[in-house]
Write a new protein. Structure first.
Length: 98
């Protein structure tokens, strides 16, 4: 059940969240992808450091796109970014998935 919570002293906060939900570090790295003409057109719009303090995070924005669609994208830019990210984490071999 989502309840509005009172703002913390000094303002700010997250008024429509589950009780106890707050910014926290995650035990795994994050990848945030945005579309240059989409909801978050700049990497700094994601505010990952505020939401996940102390978490390794990478943000990339694909210029010229309105939204990201991994399955129907013609140029494969989103899939390419995901593949490189997984390779950088050592989760895939250099040739990609088996």
């Amino acid at each position: 059940m989502v309840l509005p919570l009172p703002a913390p002293p000094g303002g700010g906060g997250y008024p429509y969240v589950l009780r106890g939900l707050k910014p926290r570090a995650l035990p795994y790295p994050l990848l945030a992808l945005g579309a240059g003409r989409g909801l978050y057109p700049r990497a700094e719009d994601f505010r990952l450091g505020e939401l996940f303090p102390g978490t390794e995070a990478r943000t990339q924005v694909l210029p010229g796109l309105t939204h990201l669609d991994l399955l129907t994208e013609r140029e494969g830019r989103t899939a390419g970014l995901l593949l490189r990210y997984l390779q950088d984490l050592g989760l895939l071999g250099p040739g990609g998935p088996p």
